[in-house]
Design a protein around this ligand. Structure first.
Ligand SMILES: [Zn+2]
Length: 99
């Protein structure tokens, strides 16, 4: 049984299933309901390459997620990571530290 993501309690019980069939849990300590880390589907390199292309076409993430059969959450994280990895060149003229 997973720990509660809210209070990290182990006092967690199964609480039915959510709409997509994933197991739902409920924390008896704080009452928080949660689904264990969503099914980690392995995203192939081909799919990522396709996503990269679609991103360049300025297609909304929701559309890309549908076409590539990935979750919007995953896609959002993927995009965030991608742009974090690109060095930011906007803050070149950052103020010098004055002390
Ligand atoms: Zn809890």
């Amino acid at each position: 049984m997973p720990n509660c993501p809210n209070c990290n309690s182990k006092d967690v019980v199964k609480n039915g299933f959510i709409h997509n069939g994933n197991q739902n849990h409920k924390c008896k300590a704080c009452g928080r309901q949660f689904v264990e880390a969503p099914r980690q589907k392995l995203i192939s390199e081909e799919t990522k390459a396709l996503i990269d292309k679609l991103l360049l076409e300025k297609i909304p993430l929701a559309g890309i997620a549908r076409v590539c059969d990935v979750s919007e959450t995953w896609l959002q994280n993927y995009v965030n990571r991608k742009y974090e990895a690109i060095p930011q060149q906007v803050n070149v003229s950052a103020k010098k530290k004055e002390d």
